[in-house]
Design a protein around this ligand. Structure first.
Ligand code: ASP
Length: 320
């Protein structure tokens, strides 16, 4: 069997590089997903996932995460959890529960505490500065603070053909306390069935959920579509429907992988990046163009693009 991993955004590349080595040695898809997502959660300069993630409107970091086993269809998820370092590990642990496998807020925290997960203050000084800046630029001026944000979502297939999907995010920057997006919601932020494949989303949760878009992509793959075709069709249809019914569509970006290790992506925004590693492909970052006539195109990220990315995530936060 061909092993492979695909993940949303450039920020996943270090994680999938390490996890890909394990998969190449016969490692299990579930361990690969957890390891790769933990790497993103632990890195303080990724400001949309885990430690260093951006806070809600009360300046509190509330995190969402999910884990799905494509062999058993077991799902574990947490929503709005505070002060734990690795929400993905808590979600994975919950996936072994027959009942109560999706916990939110205080309930998720007391479960994590009882199970001995590491507590950590997830609000960094840098995230506080981002919050202050955003507050000055939007809320104080009566403007909406909501714009793009990035969830890490990934799918892996291992040498035994087992598939797992996982997500982790701090959600919409400046969200209301208690707001939960698509990322921990089965069928919206992720879905995975080892008999077919998996998909995961990033973008505006409120709109991604309107189409249960990850499930829709897996359903289309089950009907025989290649992941690329399935992603393009699902994104175009949801984008057009939202535009027709509501006047506009939020950001919708999806990645998908089937159980043969073939992958696809689609997006209605410019500049969506994603990361891939497989038996036949070194860890690679790609950058997409916005979908046109139902087709998404992408190319390998250039050295300039990769360097500009690193500069951007480390640059000092300044106030006018
Ligand atoms: N989908 C996430 C949410 O709405 C955020 C993102 O991926 O940009 O919480």
């Amino acid at each position: 069997m061909k092993w492979a991993m695909i993940a949303t955004w450039r920020m996943a590349v270090e994680g999938i590089t390490e996890a890909g080595k394990d998969l190449s040695e016969g490692g299990f898809a579930g361990d690969a997903i957890e390891k790769a997502i933990k790497t993103v959660e632990d890195f303080p300069f990724y400001k949309s996932v885990g430690y260093g993630g951006l806070p809600n409107e009360n300046c509190e970091v509330e995190l969402d995460a999910a884990y799905m086993d494509g062999d058993t269809l077991s799902i574990g998820a947490v929503g709005g959890i505070r002060d734990f370092s690795n929400p993905i590990s808590i979600a994975r642990k919950l996936s072994y529960e027959r009942f109560n496998c999706f916990l939110v807020g205080a309930g998720a925290e007391s479960y994590a505490h009882k199970e001995g997960f590491e507590r950590k203050n997830m609000l960094t000084d840098r995230a506080k500065l981002h919050y202050k800046k955003k507050y000055k630029e939007t809320v104080e001026k009566g403007l909406s603070p909501y714009n793009g944000h990035d969830t890490v979502g990934m799918i892996a297939v291992d040498k035994n053909g087992k598939m797992v999907a996982g997500t982790s995010t701090s959600g919409l920057f400046m969200k209301r306390r208690g707001r939960v997006g698509d990322s921990p919601i089965s069928g919206s932020g992720f879905y995975c069935d080892s008999e077919v494949g998996g998909a995961s989303a990033t973008g505006l949760g409120e709109d991604l959920m309107k189409g249960c878009i990850s499930y829709e992509i897996v359903r289309l793959m089950k009907e025989g579509m290649h992941p690329q075709e399935a992603c393009d069709k699902a994104v175009q249809e949801l984008n057009d429907k939202l535009a027709r019914k509501r006047g506009k569509a939020g950001d919708l970006s999806l990645v998908a992988l089937n159980n043969k290790g073939e992958w696809g992506v689609a997006t209605n925004i410019e500049g969506f990046s994603f990361s891939v590693v497989s038996e036949t492909e070194e860890p690679t970052v790609y950058v997409c163009k916005k979908q046109e006539n139902g087709k998404t195109s992408y190319e390998k990220a250039s050295e300039e693009w990769l360097q500009a990315y690193l500069n951007r995530i480390h640059e000092p936060i300044t106030f006018d």
